[in-house]
Ligand binder design. Structure first.
Ligand code: GTP
Ligand code: MG
Length: 244
């Protein structure tokens, strides 16, 4: 029986471990950034199977990457609009945050602003703010930082609007736990996927519509656009799946 894939989007500043999260989950060897340079330069998809459910993980360039931030935001938004036009079910957004960061600086807040601009407030229920790199900080200090994060207007507002704050310990079990928390959500339409006159296509048949009017629920226009690259595929359910 064919099961529709569900899509999970990963975003965050460069070097926060978005690609690592996918590699751990999928057993892939996508390039991770081990030096000071941003690593992921384009939006890339990896498909995994989890509990019999195909899941497409969308990796994105860091929101503070080395070229124009608004260019990165636009590239991600364009990709997401294509996804919506293809009637793909985006059910979750993972926003990575290093708990080892000892400051919320302008880069952190700008990235969060870009993330918020892409998603919109209404999508926060489908968001998991994932803290990682716990092993790099003393536990009590890291726990205090979580409390401090919730008090910031950024993360605090996100959690007020339904975002979860989850802990990732760099293992496949914790990555799967995070995914399971998002996979049971209803598909969401992000702010950037909503119809916008200045960027909307001219053909009314392909205009962005609210989910309730989506052609998916009428004629299931499958296969019209096949622009989604899937660079790798891995069965998370297979025995012997281990974090590398
Ligand atoms: N110790 C530790 N290292 C991590 C963890 N997650 C990621 N890393 C490392 O952090 C570095 C950056 O990880 P990436 O996955 O490349 O980060 P990214 O967010 O994809 O970065 P860009 O592609 O530049 O946006 C790599 O060396 C990872 O191996 C973690 O939980 N703990
Ligand atoms: Mg990356």
């Amino acid at each position: 029986m064919f099961v529709e894939p569900r899509y999970i989007l990963l975003m965050g500043p460069s070097g926060t471990g978005k690609t690592r999260f996918i590699n751990i989950l999928a057993g892939t060897k996508l390039p991770e950034g081990h030096n000071l340079e941003p690593c992921t330069r384009t939006v890339e998809c990896t498909t995994v199977m989890l509990d019999g459910q195909p899941v497409v993980l969308i990796d994105t360039p860091g929101l503070d990457g080395d070229y124009n931030t608004s260019k990165i935001t636009r590239a991600i938004s364009t990709y997401l609009r294509t996804l919506y036009k293809e009637n793909k079910d985006l059910v979750g957004i993972v926003y990575m945050h290093r708990i080892s960061d000892n400051r919320i600086n302008t880069t952190t807040t700008r990235c969060f602003d870009s993330f918020h601009q892409i998603c919109g407030e209404e999508a926060m229920y489908n968001v998991a703010v994932v803290t990682n790199m716990w092993e790099l900080v003393e536990k009590s200090r890291a726990e205090q930082r979580v409390q401090d994060l919730i008090r910031t207007s950024y993360y605090g507002k996100a959690t007020e609007h339904g975002a979860q704050l989850l802990h990732h310990d760099n293992t496949s079990e914790s990555a799967k736990h995070i995914l399971r928390n998002l996979l049971n959500k209803e598909p969401v339409q992000l702010q950037c996927q909503k119809w916008q006159p200045e960027v909307g296509p001219t053909n009314p048949d392909t205009r962005h519509r609210p989910r309730s009017e989506s052609p998916k629920h009428q004629s299931k226009r499958r296969g019209m656009l096949r622009l989604i690259p899937c660079i790798s595929s891995k069965d998370c359910d297979s025995p012997g799946d281990k974090a590398s």
